[in-house]
Design a protein around this ligand. Sequence first.
Ligand code: PHE
Length: 346
Amino acid sequence: MKDQINELRKDALNSLASVTSRLELDAWRVRYLGKKSCLQAVLKGLGSLPADERKIAGAETNRLKNELECLLREKQAALEAASAQSPGQQDSLDITLPGRPASLGRLHPVTKVLHEMGVIFTSMGFEVVEGPEVEWDYYNFEALNIPKEHPARDSMQTFWVDMPTGEKGWEMLLRTHTSPMQIRVMEKQTPPLRIIVPGRVFRYEATDTTHIPMFHQIEGLAVDKGITMADLKGTLYEFSRRFFGPERKVRFRVDFFPFVEPGVDMAVECAVCKGDGCRLCGQSGWIEILGAGMVHPRVLEAGGIDPEEYSGFAFGMGIERVPLLRYGIDDIRLFYSSDLRFLRQF
Ligand code: PHE
């Protein structure tokens, strides 16, 4: 009898050591302390023993029972403490809780603005085309009437790509604006043409609240017989009315770009101060958003189009400025710091 009890103890202790969950502990309890447990069987068997043996064996069995009950409570407490420390453990899973919804991504504010502009310009008959971000200096400068020694090259700090020059002696760079696509499109298509080119551009500039080395532009180009400055202004006024709202004032001023003649820049009334002057607009009340003008005859020629027969207008708009203006954001770097607390607001 004594051997049997010792065997039972050994067995119970061994199996308790491998218990890791409340479920397993419950099974252990049923097995060693329940109504149909081995312990109960031993207790039942006591009746058939001679009185003196029964007394000893009875005490022995009761001791084992107490011991196992005590171990059970200890193990229970240990498991509870462990699951309090790491909730979400298998046996604390509540299958009646609703599932966690999959979190949905969203479009970046700059992408959203590009899409919105695309909708406005395509409704006016412009077609969206895209071009290479790594470009030849021929398209980025030369064909746009910016020859090698022209000072306008200095105004666009360029990332040059260290590559052997192309077969035509052209050098490679990261495009500094979307204007090279004016030439590429004119080379391939015959007028009338109306295109917009959204895309990334790169400038070798130090980063601060208004400058980053990569930003976006949207280029516009229209070439046809008899296109005038009135078409340019009409198109851009209409764009501003639809994008910024009819009450926002628009201003054109003379500006210089080698690839247009005459050239202008367009500014919209500052959204923050409504023209009174504030920090965002540098106290001027206006914020310049694009350069534009009538396509220079030399540029038409470079694109294989006869400037005697055709004329055109072009514009190039900086994209990041627009959400900056719309939402009153004072640091352009926020767009590219991947901080979800910022990006989730749009
Ligand atoms: N490409 C010019 C820039 O990046 C903008 C521009 C485009 C000006 C087309 C005139 C016509 O500054």
